[in-house]
Design a binder for this molecule. Structure first.
Ligand SMILES: Nc1ncnc2c1ncn2[C@@H]1O[C@H](COP(=O)(O)OP(=O)(O)O)[C@@H](O)[C@H]1O
Ligand SMILES: NC(=O)OP(=O)(O)O
Length: 314
């Protein structure tokens, strides 16, 4: 039976990380990434894709707020839905082409996905999720004063707005994803899913937050019984002493080692920490399965055990 793999694509990684935030620049990265995903499909894996949306949803929000004198600003959840739409569209277009070149006829479809979060999640009180563009410290402090945003330094790359990031509890469209899975490459749970809360009467209501897509991807991997959770970002390996002269790239990490590194503060909150935590949750739930963290362009090599950081139970 084909192995099932949930692949999470980083929102920052999809924007090439060089501050190039145009739709054209993103499509270029997506096209390259889809060549690797098509190779993974040709290797016989059943694939489900999840993408991040931090930079994208932040920019959509910013554009919407900036244009509010011309047209009404869109609420947060609607911006999240918009980000799923255009990132999914880019992946659909690029992956369809990459698969066709390999004579592989598999439909690719984006599922606008809602994810239920808890209204009482403590994350609503402490924003941690970096979104949108990077700023200098001076710009960030000005925005904090003028707009009331919470701004934080993001993994040595600059300052960004941070927003609430509640934990994903339930994927609303999971039955549709399961039904399509055997025949189709689904792009779902984008940006962790559009965060919604369940009202007393059962209706769903969007909330102002951005779920971490690594936790969303992990939940999806559990729900569909994936064999591998693969988290793709800008760096080839998880590192300790990251960005320091004595940086050491890790090829593997057990749960025990990961716990120790977390205690030492080795992984930046809002960036590498949620990836490691999501990977840990997956292998803690399924001790015989594995999670891999690597870069977009090394996905195939990492699946073949040649690179990346593999997180295992022991
Ligand atoms: N210990 C670490 N090892 C490797 N990368 C780290 C570490 N700590 C922070 N990072 C940073 O985290 C980034 C990945 O997080 P982020 O950019 O938020 O991911 P995404 O690609 O999912 O948007 C890496 O590109 C790197 O700059
Ligand atoms: N929603 C989310 O986790 O996005 P990033 O991957 O861009 O951080």
């Amino acid at each position: 039976m084909a192995e099932k793999i949930v692949i999470a694509l980083g929102g920052n990684a999809l924007q090439s990380g060089k501050g190039e935030a145009t739709a054209e620049a993103q499509l270029k990265v997506v096209k390259k990434t889809c060549e690797h995903i098509a190779d993974i499909s040709c290797a016989g894996y059943e694939i489900g894709l999840v993408h991040g949306n931090g930079p994208q949803v932040g920019r959509i929000l910013l554009a919407s707020e900036t244009a509010k004198d011309v047209t009404p600003a869109m609420p947060f959840d609607v911006c999240g839905a918009q980000s799923q739409g255009y990132i999914g569209y880019h992946i659909q277009q690029a992956l369809r082409y990459a698969l066709a070149k390999r004579n592989r006829n598999i439909p690719v479809v984006t599922i606008e996905t809602q994810t239920i979060v808890e209204r009482k999640d403590p994350a609503f009180k402490t924003p941690t999720k970096p979104i949108g563009p990077f700023y200098t410290e001076e710009e960030a402090k000005r925005m904090q004063e003028e707009k009331g945003y919470t701004m934080k330094e993001d993994a040595g790359r600059g300052w960004r707005r941070v927003v609430a990031s509640p934990l994903p509890r339930k994927i609303v469209e999971i039955d549709a994803i399961r039904t399509l899975w055997p025949s189709t490459i689904t792009i779902s749970v984008g940006g962790g899913g559009i965060p919604v809360v369940e009202k007393r009467n059962g209706a769903l209501e969007g909330v102002a937050a951005v779920i971490d897509k690594d936790f969303g991807a992990e939940l999806l991997a559990e729900e569909i019984g994936a064999d591998i959770l693969m988290i793709l970002t800008e760096v080839e390996n998880v590192a300790i002493n990251f960005n320091k002269p004595d940086q050491k790239n890790l090829t593997s990490m057990t749960l025990e080692e990961a716990d120790r590194y977390i205690e030492e503060g080795q992984f930046a909150p809002g960036s590498m920490l949620p990836k490691v935590e999501a990977a840990m949750k997956f292998v803690r739930t399924y001790p015989n399965k594995k999670a891999i963290i690597t870069s977009l362009d090394k996905a195939v090599d990492a699946l073949n055990g040649k690179t990346g950081t593999v997180i295992t139970f022991a």
